[in-house]
Design a protein around this ligand. Structure first.
Ligand code: DC
Length: 218
């Protein structure tokens, strides 16, 4: 039986950094489900699908072949045979993913892929609905959060470090908007699973959060 750790939470809470670190320390595979939703959104943008046309997104999603491979321990997302890791971290794709990920057909397709990965190996999987929908029987469930202000500041620092121009207030507004959309959607909304442990990372370092999570791993 594989050991599964589910980490859910809002954008910018530090899920991927923490999940990667926990996976490394345990020798588990890190599965970034957001990257799969991003690849699907990229596909819709490439195909010029209007993002409010749920029917078209549902239909088009059937011709998007999304898969995951690991190269030197790094998760690579393939969209119809092409490694799209370098194309899915833009603000346009973030905004699009938040819209296309509400479509049930998209979720059904990507959830099946995620379940399969977790059944085959020990994983730390992060996302929005991992503890509630994808791996309801996960061995450990963490709901990782942080205040909107802290999350916006982290994103701001990240963009500044990359030399990109950015506006803290605007980032904060976008994060609040994205939270609202992720939490109020009908399909698999972002909620804390009943049996998930709540961890607020606002005043914690990366190491402290990782250690806390590792202390719960049996
Ligand atoms: O975690 P992220 O920012 O890379 O996620 C991108 C988008 O995909 C975000 O709007 C939420 C959505 N998502 C989802 O609906 N379910 C998941 N399991 C992971 C991400």
């Amino acid at each position: 039986m594989s050991y599964n750790i589910a980490i859910d939470g809002p954008a910018g809470a530090g899920k991927s950094t923490i999940a990667k670190l926990v996976a490394k320390k345990k020798g588990y595979i890190y599965v970034d489900t957001g990257a799969m939703y991003r690849a699907m959104a990229l596909f819709m943008l490439k195909e010029s699908v209007e993002l409010d046309r749920v029917d078209l997104i549902a239909e088009k999603s059937q011709s998007a072949d999304i898969s995951i491979r690991y190269e030197d321990g790094v998760q690579c997302v393939f969209l119809n045979g092409q490694n799209v890791n370098g194309m899915i971290r833009t603000e346009d794709v973030s905004a699009a993913a938040s819209k296309t990920s509400v479509v049930p057909e998209v979720r059904k397709k990507l959830t099946a892929l995620q379940k399969k990965l977790a059944a085959e190996q020990d994983v730390v999987m992060d996302g929005r609905d991992i503890g509630t929908k994808v791996l309801p029987n996960a061995d450990l469930k963490i709901f990782l959060t942080a205040s909107v202000e802290v999350r916006a500041k982290r994103r701001y620092d990240e963009l500044c470090a990359k030399g990109e121009r950015c506006n803290l207030e605007k980032i904060q507004e976008e994060i609040a908007e994205r939270d609202h959309r992720d939490m109020t959607r009908d399909e698999a909304p972002l909620v804390q699973a009943e049996d998930a442990i709540l961890v607020d990372s606002s005043d914690m370092t990366i190491e402290q959060v990782a250690d806390k999570i590792l202390s719960y791993v049996k």
